[in-house]
Design a protein around this ligand. Sequence first.
Ligand code: IMP
Ligand code: MG
Length: 183
Amino acid sequence: MLTVAGTAPAWPSDPGPVLISKSEIAARVKSLADEISRDHQGQRIKVGVVLAGAIVFAADLVRHISLDVEIFFIQASSYGDGTVSSGRVLVRRDEKVDLADAHVLVVDDILDTGHTARALLDELGSQRPATLRIATLLDKPSRRQVDVRADYVGFEVPNKFVVGYGMDHSGSFRHLPSVHALD
Ligand code: IMP
Ligand code: MG
């Protein structure tokens, strides 16, 4: 890293230890994609990628899915005081993608309190899709405040802040190939 002597870098430099390695992720993502392909056999699916945390997971996942796939993007922003999920989540998505009678798979990075997943299911469900399922790379069940579950879970993780493989801390670490525990 290039730093001027005596100055600290303006971003955190250490993502912490690896919690889930690149090869563990690759194997799990492939088996989730196989499961999704089996469950949706003969169907065309519309994959809603939740920005920005799910982009790396979704990019790997869709490349192993053996179905006709259309991809669209979803923005889910919690409003409230920032750090704590307020339970009020604003969902925006590409309106040009018609979800009525479609088989929809939402792909997200982490299922934490569950507020985001609940809002996504409510908002996308209001378009009357034929099926609506959620795939999440990580699940932190100990943090749940809303009774919601994902149909496809990569890994259950303990209550630690994680980064890498799409997930960030103040914008950093999304590009890392493994999942790290930042404490
Ligand atoms: P929920 O509404 O509390 O379930 O929030 C889920 C969202 O919070 C995830 O999709 C992430 O974007 C973010 N999030 C929750 N925990 C973490 C973490 O440990 N690292 C990075 N982002 C997280
Ligand atoms: Mg997210």
